[in-house]
Design a protein around this ligand. Sequence first.
Ligand code: ATP
Length: 263
Amino acid sequence: MRIDIDRVSKTYQAGTGMKITALDSISLRVDSGEFICIVGPSGCGKSTLLKLIGGIEQPDAGAVRCDDVPVGAPSTDRGFIFQDYALFPWLTVRQNIAFGLTIKGCSRQERKLRIDEYLRFMGLTGAGSLYPGQLSGGMRQRVALARALCLRPKLLLMDEPFAALDVLLRQRLQEELVRIWQTERMTYLLVTHDVEEALFLADRIVIMSPHPGRIRSILPIKLARPRRRTSAEFIHLRQHIMQLLEVGTAEAREERTAALVLP
Ligand SMILES: Nc1ncnc2c1ncn2[C@@H]1O[C@H](COP(=O)(O)OP(=O)(O)OP(=O)(O)O)[C@@H](O)[C@H]1O
């Protein structure tokens, strides 16, 4: 699925009545089958951007189109993995994963096959009859991933999907995600605070800066896959991106201070 984000702005009203420009005239084109990672400091509008693409929020100005169709309500074509997993606490792991498949009209047999496949992928075999309340944070996160991936959406939007995991599991699932993406060639957009994660996964990294939320730069990552986190190129690029992030945040802070001082 191709995505066109054309001069999109989004403003929220804070509790104090103050307006927050979460996104300020953002434009981005994502090609079908691309893996995009979005990084940037807290509050720069990363989650808002995903929500606009997912149809969970609407822009105040500009347009978001998926395969040339303006984004309306959420659809099963566009999978979403939220920061807080959003599992149904009253359903078992299997029932949680089955939920979207049932809505999509999959037969009972197909559902069973896909659920078994993705439980295995995520190392959750044996946890199928447990409820979310009986799982660790990392397990809940893997159920959320399995639930989204098994629908094989044309576009998968992921908001810090590995945040609650320990380093080893995080790396294993990053490798697994790349493998699934290479097999299925869907479009993936993933928000992360972890520059190393973005470098390991992305075809292009979108770097955002806050107040107001803007795209600061877009970096194509040409490193061959599978990527080695210890290679000199990888480490060099990681430092470069960290610097871009630091400069962007400092500049935004200065602009904000200047705006507050002006009458
Ligand atoms: N529903 C809302 N009501 C009011 N303000 C909001 C709302 N959602 C987001 N914001 C504000 O918009 C800005 C961008 O928020 P957003 O969650 O998109 O940023 P983010 O980059 O994803 O942050 P984080 O990395 O901390 O998750 C922030 O200043 C946030 O406080």
